[in-house]
Write a protein that binds this ligand. Structure first.
Ligand SMILES: [Zn+2]
Length: 230
């Protein structure tokens, strides 16, 4: 049996939006790149048009993906204590935590510093590549809805602060050698922030193919004809 889905009818004016913070209905003006529109009632920024958003986001996302791969495949820290050398990667650190009985901390480190950033970068890459197609498919919208969750759980900067505090504390007892991964993670924090800042979700939503696209097109054409004759 075929599944029957009924979709709501959108309002005819695509510039009409409701403020996310105070619900005021208003029209978004056509903005120049870099300009922003604010709600006249609560003064929250409703939309900022990013300059060349899709291309810049794609470039930053590819940069982030390369840094991420390097950061997770080379040592993050090296230690020398009384002639013994040891070094570990981010995943190796989580594994040590697990073996030493801190299973919950190990899972949190693995999730927030390895899995969530990978999801954040992977989803963004899929969204931008999908949105650059001539008719972006509807799964781009589904990924776009879930992307903020991966961003919230991606906490490389928190792990960096923890690692730096630990480094200062053990510097008196051992010789600490910062690994290449530590510098990659430091750069990754800024690239990820740049990637989010360059991204304009509104531009992607505007390009995504709708359900009942044909019906919507013909309805819009009818309105156009009616508008011309009246
Ligand atoms: Zn408002």
């Amino acid at each position: 049996m075929d599944e029957i889905a009924v979709y709501n009818q959108p309002v005819a004016d695509p510039a009409l939006i409701a403020c996310l913070h105070c619900d005021l209905l208003q029209r978004l003006p056509d903005l120049a790149p870099g300009a922003s529109a604010r709600c006249p009632r609560c003064n929250k920024e409703l939309w900022r048009r990013r300059e060349d958003s899709l291309n810049r986001t794609l470039a930053l996302t590819l940069g982030a993906a390369m840094l991420y791969l390097v950061a997770n495949s080379v040592p993050m820290l090296g230690l020398t204590i009384v002639g013994r050398d040891a070094s570990t990667t981010v995943i190796g650190g989580a594994q040590h935590l697990w073996e030493n009985g801190d299973q919950i901390v190990a899972i949190l480190v693995l999730f927030t510093a390895v899995i969530a950033p990978a999801l954040q970068i992977g989803l963004m890459l899929a969204i931008v590549l999908g949105a650059r197609r001539e008719h972006p498919p509807r799964w781009v919208g589904m990924l776009l809805r879930h992307h903020p969750t991966s961003r919230i759980w991606s906490m490389i900067e928190v792990m960096m602060v923890g690692v730096l505090v630990a480094l200062v504390k053990i510097a008196d007892y051992a010789t600490v050698i910062p690994g290449l991964a530590l510098f990659c993670l430091g750069a990754l924090i800024f690239i990820l922030a740049g990637m989010q800042a360059a991204f304009d979700p509104r531009e992607v939503w505007e390009r995504i193919r709708w359900a009942e696209e044909g019906a919507r097109r013909s309805a819009a054409d009818d309105r156009g004809v009616a508008g011309e004759t009246s």
